[in-house]
Design a protein around this ligand. Structure first.
Ligand code: APR
Length: 320
């Protein structure tokens, strides 16, 4: 049987890391597409040359032509611009919206059966726009944010508790921005919820609050350190986890920016929620109970995303 085909739209920092990870994990053959043809071809060749040492046979190709993504099973989209210090994700909206139009049309024309994972920021609005421009089924278009946000939360918690991050689960809802909602009640160490760990004296409420805030600011912290761009290793790893869940029909329960229609009182809207990802794409949205305070934080986050979607509609009349 032929290997699955993975198209990476954008061959920048995240795109290159995605290609390397997909090759090492032998998820499929990889086509890197970028406006910058040389960058796409150069990264593809560089990674292919790692094959003999690493021991993978996956084919790597670089292109600037959408015809070369024909028949892709998975498309991961990072095309666009990344933020620099002092910028918020929302500052990228105008430029990246135009990119989503070109990408959406390219995917619709050449890879209409793909499972599409958007990473380009501002994430929740861009994944919505990409779905609109591509016309693909909602279940086949989602955004990577929740896996990354909860990975950051898990890392900070594991560090605080001095336990393996494998035993820390974390739950983050809402938009991928300053209003994201890390839910401590649903986050655990080996099944013990965080509020119980505070009672057990493992940490203090103040320290936990600081970790929640650091998680919300996780992207900005990296931008501030790198100064020339934004995070790429952990974002790429998170998207690969989602792609693998689809390609191997793992039915993983992963938070992602999904189209929510009915659950959470939403009526056809992209926002970060827990989902089940398998061969059908986003097969299910998992609706959890929230207390008043959590619901208020979630509503605030949804309102922030609604504002960005409204801004997209103003910029591009075809989306209205
Ligand atoms: N079509 C194809 N490629 C494009 C287009 C386009 N219309 N516009 C830009 N690109 C390419 C650029 O040439 C560049 O190689 O997208 C790539 C983006 O790479 P980086 O600038 O290195 O950005 P990266 O760190 O990979 O982040 C990409 O993901 O996390 C988000 O905020 C981040 O929106 C940003 C995106």
């Amino acid at each position: 049987m032929a290997r699955p085909k993975i198209a990476l739209i954008g061959a920048g920092q995240i795109g290159g890391t995605l290609a390397h990870l997909a090759a090492i994990k032998e998820l499929g053959d990889v086509t890197l597409l970028d406006l910058n043809d040389g960058a796409a071809k150069g990264k593809a060749l560089d990674i292919a040359e790692a094959g003999p040492s690493e021991g993978f046979d996956a084919q790597m190709a670089g292109t600037a032509d959408y015809a070369d993504i024909a028949g892709a099973d998975v498309c991961i989209v990072t095309a666009g611009v990344a933020r620099k210090p002092g910028m918020s994700r929302d500052d990228l909206l105008g430029i990246n919206l135009k990119v989503m139009k070109a990408v959406g049309e390219g995917i619709a024309a050449h890879a209409p059966n793909a499972f599409v994972i958007c990473i380009t920021n501002p994430l929740d609005a861009m994944v919505w726009a990409l779905r609109e421009f591509s016309g693909l089924p909602h279940s086949k278009v989602c955004g990577m944010a929740g896996v990354l946000d909860s990975a950051r939360f898990r890392h900070f918690l594991a560090d605080e508790f001095k336990v393996s991050m494998r035993d820390v689960t974390a739950f983050v809802l809402g938009g991928h921005g300053d209003t994201m909602v890390p839910l401590t009640r649903y986050s655990t160490v080996a099944g013990i919820p965080l509020p119980d760990l505070v009672s057990m004296g493992w940490t203090t409420q103040e320290k936990l609050d600081a970790i929640v805030q650091r998680t919300r600011d996780g992207g900005a912290e990296i931008v501030g350190l790198l100064k020339t761009g934004s995070a790429f290793y952990a974002p790429a790893t998170s998207a690969i986890e989602m792609a693998e869940a689809y390609l191997k029909d793992q039915k993983r329960v992963l938070p992602c920016a999904a189209h929510v229609d009915g659950a959470y009182g939403l009526d056809g809207f992209y926002v970060g929620v827990p989902t089940v990802i398998g061969a059908g794409g986003v097969e299910r949205v998992v609706e959890i109970n929230m207390n008043k305070e959590e619901q208020a934080m979630f509503d605030k986050s949804v309102d922030a995303v609604k504002g960005l979607v409204a801004a997209c509609k103003e910029i591009d009349g075809s989306l209205a």
